[in-house]
Design a protein around this ligand. Structure first.
Ligand SMILES: *Cc1c(COP(=O)(O)O)cnc(C)c1O
Length: 363
């Protein structure tokens, strides 16, 4: 017998995800600015909760995440019964595609949208559909025009990664109202906490039956290593997602640290303010040496160069100085580099290095 073991259709179309690099050969003082991590790290209360969980490692974790959902609900004024927690928001995205899209179904994402939307759609056997943006900004009309009776999910990050741009609540209400009856709108709020006063789309979730919001502890909460994310949606959708969720998907340390982090709103406020100050400073410093960026609402800026060659040359120049940023050609932005807003030292080093690079280009 000859074995014929082949994966499900779509799986081999998935390009392996490349995380942000973290070291450079021969350079010791490396600053990683390639994965949008919080340079201040997590709240000390989250670290204490993580350590305390070390005394109960023999016990299975909570399966219903009640304490974490309660902490999230109390902080944001939401209904804990409509929250689901996952192994990063990546897992919520994966639950959504698994539950709502399959062979023959279409999953919409935007031109420069987050890679996991396409990956999860393909993993579910569905067809990813890419919709153009309008000058690196989500285009609601283009999304509506791309909808068909096969559309099951529409993923939009707001603010978007890697562009840093965002659109208003009115635009999303119009999008939700214009979708075909079987399509679910997913608002990815991975960077929502960086936007003063923004609810990430929670109000729209409450006002509609076809909107889900995803959030993460990997960005402003500085807990990327723990892998915790959450979703907020209509009760019926959360009920569906809970059926595909593994009962013990989140460890006790992850649940406890995340609950402590989300309750420490003073620390979150501090991180938001620090980020905004250095982000705007860095954007202005780069702009001054001829490297523009769109106004960013997140914890990174998308620095635009004249062309792909210049972006790649600058990336190499920064790397040689121990500054690791993210190339985004895979996001259809070959002439740009995504630079995470680090702490003051990191931002000053990036600004000086880019200025030196540009001076070399002009010479
Ligand atoms: C970083 C990021 C996430 C978060 O993923 P996790 O799995 O929660 O770490 C989700 N969406 C976007 C757009 C992101 O940039």
């Amino acid at each position: 017998m000859t074995v014929q073991i082949t994966p499900q259709p779509g799986i081999m179309q998935i390009a392996l995800y490349e995380g942000g690099a973290s070291h450079v050969e021969g350079v010791t003082e490396v600053v990683k600015l390639s994965s949008n991590e919080n340079p201040l790290g997590p709240s000390p209360r989250a670290v204490a909760a993580y350590e305390a969980a070390g005394t109960s490692l023999a016990r299975y974790p909570s399966s219903d995440h009640a304490a974490l959902r309660e902490a999230i609900a109390a902080t944001f004024g939401l209904d804990a019964g409509r929250i689901i927690c996952g192994v990063g928001s990546d897992e919520i995205i994966s639950f959504l595609t698994q539950a709502y899209a399959g062979p023959g179904d279409e999953v919409i994402h935007t031109e420069h949208g987050f890679a996991m939307y396409r990956i999860s759609a393909l993993a579910a056997g569905a067809t990813p559909v890419e919709v153009p943006e309008a000058g690196r900004v989500t285009d609601v009309d283009a999304i509506l025009a791309a909808c068909t009776d096969r559309t099951r999910l529409v993923f939009v990050a707001n603010p978007n990664n890697p562009t840093g741009t965002m659109i208003g609540a009115d635009a999303f209400a119009r999008l939700a109202d214009g979708l075909p009856p079987r399509a679910l709108l997913v608002l990815d709020g991975a960077y929502a906490e960086y936007v003063p006063g923004y609810d990430g789309g929670a109000a729209l979730v409450e006002a509609r039956e076809n909107v889900v919001m995803t959030r993460t502890f990997s960005k402003i909460y500085g807990l990327g290593a723990l892998r915790v994310g959450w979703g907020y949606g209509p009760r019926a959708v959360i009920d569906v997602l809970n059926r595909v969720r593994g009962p013990f998907n989140l460890s006790t340390s992850a649940q406890d640290a995340a609950a402590a982090a989300v309750r420490d709103t003073a620390y979150t406020d501090l991180c938001r303010a620090e980020n905004a100050g250095w982000r705007d400073w860095l954007a202005a410093a780069l702009d001054k040496v001829g490297v523009p960026s769109d106004p960013s609402h997140a914890n990174f800026i998308l620095a635009r160069f004249r062309d792909r060659d210049e972006a790649e040359a600058c990336d190499a120049f920064l790397k040689a100085r121990g500054l690791i940023v993210r190339k985004v050609a895979g996001y259809k932005l070959p002439a740009a580099l995504r630079i995470t807003v680090g702490d003051e030292t990191a931002c000053r080093r990036v600004a000086e290095a880019v200025a030196a690079f540009r001076a070399g280009q002009e010479a």
